[in-house]
Ligand binder design. Structure first.
Ligand SMILES: Nc1ncnc2c1ncn2[C@@H]1O[C@H](COP(=O)(O)OP(=O)(O)O)[C@@H](O)[C@H]1O
Ligand SMILES: [Mg+2]
Length: 320
């Protein structure tokens, strides 16, 4: 299974080109197109109401608009369950209050998005391509950065937890009374790292994020960036290129969308500036369709430009 991300500034045409790429690829391959943008329009592009469910459009093409709020809620519920289970013996501290504010903590949306991507990939074995249409640059860079940031945190937490277990063991040895159970709580304290629920949970989280990082940075993932021939789009594209480079994520195709006779020289300039920025990928131009308005009868995903081949070549280059 190959994974594709459509990225870029708001309004440049990420969703339109994600839909066009998915449509073209689905002529040969089994494709799932997934919108991660809270302001969904993937369904509109194909003129269907997804109703928050995965929809089959043709034999080879499914689309889905991820409900970010629902996902955030599920993410929180799951995490709170795990926490209350792991910290049963801290009930006295009224942790429930703490949990109820968790939902306002920054980052929940990004973690939920990441979990959505992870689950989609894990359960998406039947598809040859999964294409993610992303929210605008800022949020996208934040959730793509999460696995790495989280691994750094987890490493530090593992270190602290190991010290706690070590100290606990030393104290008990000095007291000579190795009591394993917290009286009346049913909670058994671990003196061996392998028995410690917190440490095991941290290690399994770390494995999860390591796997995800490897998938996103690996040969079966490709990111394309959409931009327009204008200065604002250039500036934001430069930020995206640098952000992805820092994260060591593979940006291999740049689509210059909405190019027309009037802005062709600007398109040349913006592409040249992006090349200077060290953009390593190929460029593809998609022309401006003046009749292309949302709500018109035109099929917004039907573009003449061969986006599928451009996307496919980014995989061939890597494997070839
Ligand atoms: N090549 C194009 N020619 C004309 N209009 C386009 C083209 N590509 C996208 N659009 C229009 O630009 C607007 C933004 O496109 P959209 O795909 O929703 O952008 P994004 O997902 O990046 O926010 C939409 O109205 C869409 O119809
Ligand atoms: Mg969009």
């Amino acid at each position: 299974m190959k994974i594709i991300f459509s990225t870029g500034k708001g309004g440049v045409g990420k969703s339109t080109l994600a839909a066009a790429a998915a449509w073209q690829l689905s002529r040969i391959y089994r494709v799932l197109a997934v919108s991660l943008d809270p302001a969904h329009n993937l369904g509109d592009l194909f003129n269907v109401d997804t109703g928050g469910k995965r929809r089959r459009l043709t034999k080879n093409l499914h689309i889905e608009e991820i409900d970010l709020q629902k996902l955030s809620r599920q993410y929180l519920e799951r995490e709170i369950n795990v926490l209350s289970d792991t910290y049963k013996y801290l009930r006295a501290l009224n942790l429930d209050n703490y949990f109820s504010v968790l939902k306002y903590s920054p980052g929940i949306e990004e973690y939920a998005l990441l979990t959505g991507i992870e689950n989609t990939i894990r359960d998406g074995g039947e598809y040859e391509f999964i294409l993610f249409d992303t929210p605008p640059t800022g949020l996208t860079l934040r959730f793509l950065a999460l696995p790495r940031i989280t691994i750094t945190w987890i490493d530090r937490l593992i270190e602290i937890r190991r010290k706690i277990i070590e100290k606990r063991y030393t104290i008990q040895k000095i007291r000579g009374d190795v009591r394993r159970e917290i009286p009346g709580s049913g909670t058994v304290l671990a003196y061996d790292e392998r028995d410690d629920a917190v440490l095991n949970r941290l290690r399994s989280l770390k494995d999860r994020y390591k796997n995800l990082t490897a998938t996103l940075a690996g040969p079966d993932c490709s990111i394309f960036m959409v931009f327009n021939p204008d200065i604002l789009s250039l500036k934001e594209s430069q930020r995206l290129i640098n952000g992805l480079r820092e994260l060591e994520l593979p940006l291999r195709l740049m689509i210059d969308n909405k190019v027309a006779a009037e802005n062709r020289s600007m398109a040349d300039e913006v592409e040249a500036a992006l090349c200077k920025e060290g953009a390593a990928g190929n460029f593809l131009r998609v022309s401006l369709r003046p009749f292309f308005q949302a709500g018109s009868d035109a099929c917004l995903y039907e573009l003449e430009e061969d986006i599928a081949s451009a996307v496919l070549s980014t995989f061939n280059e890597k494997t070839g």
